[in-house]
Design a binder for this molecule. Sequence first.
Ligand SMILES: [Zn+2]
Length: 142
Amino acid sequence: MAKGKSTVDEPKRLTAKELKEFEKLLLERRKTLLDQARATLEDQDPEVRAPDEVDQASKEYDKSFEYRMRDREKFLLRKIEKALVRISDKEYDLCESCGNPIGKKRLSARPEATYCIICKEEQERKEKMFQKKRQLRATIDF
Ligand SMILES: [Zn+2]
């Protein structure tokens, strides 16, 4: 009887063709990311860069900046690789939390997404609530 309920634009599962497109997109992203990481490493190579021309202070700054970049790159790389595994497991377009389809629209905007928009919003709402509670506690402590 629940069939009568109209579903407003509910996300559908991706077709095999669409999955292929996302796989290609993710592989391209991974390649770009790895190329960038390699370029960063080559920049860092002391044999490539003349050490005398770089003063100590800016060298230190460069280093910490590059370390941070690489953490971010690593983080993104992990997300892309997870998405690729999810494609080969045929669960790429399913929400990790509720198991419903994530939807093409959301995946187009965020190809590495693992939550549907409803679960994502729920997660963000919980995070905000947690932050508010912490802020409140900080105020009381003062
Ligand atoms: Zn969900």
